[in-house]
Design a protein around this ligand. Sequence first.
Ligand code: S3P
Length: 452
Amino acid sequence: MVWHAPTPTATETMVIGPRITVHPGVLSGELTVPGDKSVGHRALILGALVGHPVHVTNVPRSADVAATARALRTLGAEITLDEAGTGLDGQVTGPLREASDVLGCGNSGTALRLLSGVVAGIDGMAVLSGDDSLRRRPVDRVAVPLRAMGAEVLARSDRFPPLVVRGGGLVGTSYDSPVASAQVKSCVLIAGLAAEGTTVVRSPAPSRDHTERMLAHLGVAVSTSVTDVEEVSVAAGPLRAAPLVVPGDLSSAAFWWVGAAIAGTSVTVSEVGVNPRRVGVLRALEEMGATVSVRARREVSGESTADVTVTGRALARAEIRGQATVDAIDELPVLALAGAMSEDGLEVRDAAELRVKESDRIDALAAAFRNLGLDLQARPDGFRVPGGQRPRGGIVDAAGDHRIAMTAAIAGTVATDPVTVVGADVIATSYPTFLEDLRALGGRVQVQETGR
Ligand code: S3P
């Protein structure tokens, strides 16, 4: 069967009903998780820039990556993907040309920011937009460097989507990003592939380097140096066709690892990506006292994978700040749960970026925790969670944010009473098989198809 990117409301989102109830029951066992969302976007986008057919393996069936596939087809790419194991295998073929319609990015900040770099390099105009949540997320962070490279870029209130880009005729620039964002860095590097001369992006700290690794795998000269800032440069040039394999998603695995850490059990996730700029969650769990074992390291398309086991013990205090915050940015919500159940709590600093994710994750987390009887003190750039707490069960609104919904579901596995997540269907944006995997690890969950 040929897989055509469904709309975010099609089949995958129906697997997870809008209301789920997770009953107490500890998680343990071994599993593989679907392909990495960040790498999946890049496999399709960079694959489409090659100009020859590129074979892709283990692309996640997430609605976010489906949005990227749809947008690339609107830009003229041919993408055929077939169901294969936990993901999709197939072929991506460029070249890309002026978009024939609006590029709908759904809920995905990565799709919007990376694709804006793509269209800046194409002669013609493009409009990028997305759902309510995405239209509240800042795009001035990509508009500024793309303008410096010669693209014309307009945004609503000069800050939010829709974004209108007139691309072509780019010239390499040297851009100092005020945020350590892999989306911004990747947008500029992708535009740099179509620019005259060299393009340099400097960031206040190193962020995930999936784009750099995949570009190198595709034969592009990218160089990185890290001093007090991270500096990455790329020159225009052809990309060479090479197969792209997507590793398991560490950000999905994190829910099961934290589930094991707080229950005092063991969960092994096999063949999961362990990019050094993503493994902050493992470092934090280790600092808190969990045992982390990393085995069977392998290289796939420039990324490392491994089989990773987390075994829970009594958890102690942890503090996450600076580089550790960047390296665990998407896992901070579920780590907050580990903090609440540790002896002395968790302190998270330098995480103001959480306020501009799929929700204001600091406020959404505080609200979710409140409904489960957990104390979390919100700060402008993070939060503090006192230790010695246990969720008591209750109803949590996902706030349109997949990571808040999954954090609440994991809380349900260790709560005194069941936890109901309202708006849980948003989980399909990153992890459509979350409920199957929860069940496979011994979790007990009921799904309601209706009733927000
Ligand atoms: C991502 C980068 C991070 C991360 C997001 C995915 C990426 O965002 O939070 O989920 O794929 O490049 P920022 O680049 O905004 O930090």
